[in-house]
Design a protein around this ligand. Structure first.
Ligand SMILES: [Zn+2]
Length: 169
């Protein structure tokens, strides 16, 4: 399976197209969030531009996440198109970048590691608050116990005391 692309080999005439599979073992995924994952299918098209490259692609695969409500593990499917411009760092100072060009990456590397591309896309597509199912939101809504409430009240008291102290000083 192809993992690295030599950008210097891409001509302006023809974009480079790669269809590959990236094993999670070669990716640096956050273990505290992703407990397991399938290999990722990655399709990518890289086109040479007057400055840099236009990168377009699609990623799909499954990751195992932990539900932030019930703490159970569940499978989250990732299926995402992506597109960005890859520009040499010399372009940073060029002033050519317009407000609409939001998806720009700067790099002077001549080799693009597709494992890095896949890794980045997986991380970008992780839910901020993973929830195993819609129903989980309602059923497992955590209610505070009386003890916990008292604990919070105590903390507020302490904070008030501290504030009063500061005022006096
Ligand atoms: Zn859940």
């Amino acid at each position: 399976m192809k993992r690295k692309v030599n950008l210097n080999e891409i001509t302006a005439k023809e974009p480079l197209k790669v269809k590959t599979e990236i094993q999670p073992s070669v990716m640096n995924l956050p273990e505290e969030e992703i407990s397991d994952s399938s290999p990722f299918k990655l399709e990518i098209e890289i086109q040479k531009k007057p400055a840099g490259y236009q990168v377009k692609g699609h990623i799909s695969g499954n990751v195992e996440l932990t539900c932030s409500r019930c703490l159970k593990k569940f499978t989250h499917h990732i299926e995402q198109d992506f597109e960005y411009k890859l520009l040499p760092t010399s372009e940073i100072a060029g002033g050519e970048i317009k407000g609409s060009d939001l998806d720009i990456k700067f790099s002077d590397e001549t080799v693009l590691d597709l494992a890095d591309v896949a890794e980045e896309q997986v991380i970008l597509n992780l839910p901020v608050k993973p929830v195993c199912s819609e129903e989980c939101k309602e059923v497992h809504y955590k209610e505070w116990t009386e003890d916990e409430e008292k604990e919070v009240d105590k903390r507020w008291e302490k904070l008030k005391e501290l504030k009063n102290k500061l005022k006096k000083e």
